[in-house]
Write a protein that binds this ligand. Sequence first.
Ligand code: UD1
Length: 363
Amino acid sequence: MLIDFIAGARPNFIKIAPLIKVLEKFKLSKIKYRLVHTGQHFDHNMSQIFFNQLKIPMPDINLNAGSGTQSEQTSKIMIKYEKLLNKNKSNLCIVVGDVNSTMACTIVAKKMGISVAHVEAGIRSGDMTMPEEINRIVTDSISDYFFTTSNVATNNLIKSGINKSNIFFVGNTMIDTLLEHKKNFYLPKMFFKNKLIKNKYIVLTLHRPSNVDKLNKIEKILNNIIMFSDDIKIVFPVHPRTNKILKNINYDKSKVILSEPMSYFEFNCLVENSKGVITDSGGITEETTIMNIPCITLRDTTERPETVSIGTNVLVGSDFSLLKKNILKMIHGNWKQGRRPKYWDGKTSNRIINIILNKLKID
Ligand code: UD1
């Protein structure tokens, strides 16, 4: 049997790493796998550094799809993955998360009669303006097997008509990676260069098109955060998408420490030692929940409701009075305690690989 693992963008690498590691442990002669990198993310700091730190084997194939509009990027990945499958067809395609690479490869594999297993299936924000929500719905509507991070996600799938026997509530592979590598975390050089003090700074990340593609929106967000956070420094590792617009924004530069996108070990160490995080990422809200670090999300919805109901996450959307109230709470250490969602225990990849090898019917 030949299994394809698909990974294209930064969060995919974090989710796929423990799956490959567990599969390799079995050393099964009957099972071969290929790691297919779509090339959606290509900068060293967005891709290769994750392979190095998380010891992910070099991709067997890089489709080098690169950037483009939603449709350009998706179609480039589809054309190139179809060519690969035409040369050498796999028996199972494993996709993770909700990025364009996830949806593109799912469509191609299914149309070629290959079974698809979706890891992190069933999560829904209900916000159809997010490209990820469309990717999730399309991927889940044609996948064969569904590995979920929560009961809410499982129920979303059941409600959409998916057969219960193909849904497996297994937990979160992103947390497998976090727990496995916690011991390797280290502070970035910029922490010392800027004389940062533990628990005296906030980490900021922004990359959602709805927050960063319009100049006046990101300018407002940044200036409000600066205004409300008093003398607490803001550390802002800047995503390439955000970097394009940041140069044109007016803000008090003495309050914000900008950096390149950080490696996994450095970023999570910075978060672990911070007062809290302000973000529009989904994955970070899961990591802060496990690290018990306060997290403010600059979105109206989340596809990960357990990070709010059980974890340390609070949604403020674009309500700046709510943002102010929560930044003040964060600064004064007046935050709710997070608990660990079920099965976010570092053993999710074991469960998934066991199910794939023992339960699924794949030709
Ligand atoms: C993608 C995912 C998003 C995920 C995020 C994590 C989709 C629809 N979006 O968003 O769900 O949370 O990755 O980072 O799949 N760029 C570079 N270098 C790189 C990668 C990107 O310069 O290595 C630039 C591109 O040229 C592009 C922009 O950043 O202009 C956005 O990249 P893209 O992959 O389209 O989407 P992300 O915003 O990264």
